[in-house]
Design a protein around this ligand. Structure first.
Ligand SMILES: [Fe+2]
Length: 418
């Protein structure tokens, strides 16, 4: 890269500008700077200071207003920022948006001297008065803003901005090396501006998307909560059918939580809510069992038991739409599994059965034994506790039975407490 000696405002020789080095430094800044505004300011500052110009300014497109406004201006004769707003019809803007083939090469940049040369050559605008008029208007506009040279910055055919440069304080002409340097700068700055715009738009869209997702999540949660409330009402409805088991589910819930606490289970976060929901909803599928079976005042026969057992899969189907309650559905699915694998519907055993379902199984059995049915009186608490111990290790998880007994003793042995 050619090194050009420069002169300061007094015309004395100063240090030469190494354009190659300058471009490398600015390229580094482009990577570093996230906001293109700082980059544009850096460019105008660098040009006016290092090349000793009367002024330098950058016009940037405001797409939503279809106009170009002066973004930054520096130098001893800098342009007033607030005053310069060029619409699409302005001669400087029109020039760089023109598609005239004869003057196409001059779309890369235009200088005051070049306009004069073009106007002196009638061949250029022969039979094309509009080109002549454009050149005259352009010359006047460049004079109004004391612009010596204008360099456009394009991005994918779109005119993103224009660098306007005043004359050198030394009155020397711009060299081709300098012009190439300006073109590279403006080209890279245009890319930086557009990339930043895309980035900002992307951030905005992401924020919008996040907001929408939050709203969807909020609505979904609300829907789930409503559905859960309906399920709870349904569960109560099932037990309300049998007056003697009315209130059963809430007692089962209380005893179940007590047992889990006695076992030292982790009930943090939503784990306690999952256990409570499992204890409350385990028999919700009974809503689909005919009354003549559900309320039969005598023991069920084999066929009736088959129907009664379907309350498990019916419960699962009812709860499946509750996507937030997958664990609850699993408890419902497993609450009639037995510790030794003899239960239903899948014959799971031991740890294959969720611990919450093993708790439901024990607590539910206890309450069923002590509750009065229409075909029999409820049995004593002692009988129920013995029954649990007798079946620990076969029907029930022995650890759960042990914890239940301890919790029950701690919290009172009265029938009322059950
Ligand atoms: Fe059940």
């Amino acid at each position: 890269m050619k090194v050009i000696p420069r002169r300061n405002r007094f015309g004395r020789k100063a240090q030469p500008v190494d354009y190659h080095e300058a471009l490398r430094e600015i390229a580094k800044s482009m990577v570093r700077l996230k906001r293109p505004e700082r980059l544009l300011k850096m460019i105008t500052r660098f040009i006016t200071r290092e090349l000793g110009l009367t002024h330098a300014a950058i016009l940037v497109l405001e797409p939503e207003k279809s106009r170009y406004t002066i973004f930054d201006s520096k130098g001893v004769k800098k342009l007033p920022r607030s005053l310069i707003r060029l619409d699409l019809d302005h001669p400087i803007i029109r020039w760089f948006r023109m598609t005239d083939k004869e003057t196409e090469a001059d779309r890369a940049y235009i200088s005051k001297n070049r306009i004069q040369a073009l106007l002196r050559n009638p061949q250029i605008y022969k039979n094309r008065p509009e080109v002549h008029e454009s050149l005259v208007r352009l010359q006047r506009a460049m004079g109004d803003y004391r612009v010596d040279i204008a360099i456009p910055g394009h991005f994918k055919e779109a005119l993103v901005g224009i660098l306007l440069l005043g004359e050198k304080l030394s009155r020397r002409l711009f060299t081709q090396t300098e012009i190439s340097f300006f073109q590279t700068l403006v080209h890279d700055a245009a890319i930086a501006v557009k990339t930043s715009e895309y980035h900002e738009r992307l951030i905005e869209r992401n924020l919008e998307l996040e907001e929408r997702l939050k709203e969807i999540e909020r609505l979904r949660k609300k829907e789930q909560e409503t559905y859960y409330e309906i399920m709870k009402s349904l569960a109560q409805e099932v037990h309300a059918k049998d007056p003697y088991t009315f209130g059963h589910i809430h007692q089962v819930e209380r005893l179940g939580v007590m047992t889990a606490e006695e076992m030292g289970l982790d009930l943090s976060g939503r784990k306690k809510a999952v256990l409570s929901a499992g204890l409350l909803l385990h028999d919700v599928g009974k809503i689909g069992i005919p009354d003549n079976i559900l309320k039969k005042p005598s023991a069920l026969d084999t066929e009736e038991w088959k129907v009664m057992r379907t309350h498990v899969e019916k419960g699962v189907k009812i709860l499946e739409p509750l996507t937030d309650f997958k664990e609850v559905t699993e408890i419902v699915r497993c609450h009639h599994e037995c510790y030794d694998g003899s239960g239903y519907p899948r014959g799971l055993r031991g740890d294959q059965i969720p611990i919450e379902a093993r708790i439901v199984s024990v607590v539910d059995a206890f309450h069923a034994i002590v509750s009065t049915r229409c075909y029999r009186e409820g049995r004593s608490i002692e009988t129920a506790l013995q029954e649990l111990q007798r079946n620990a290790g076969t029907q029930f998880d022995p650890q759960v039975v042990g914890a239940f007994l301890r919790a029950f003793k701690k919290n009172g042995r009265s029938r009322k407490a059950a």
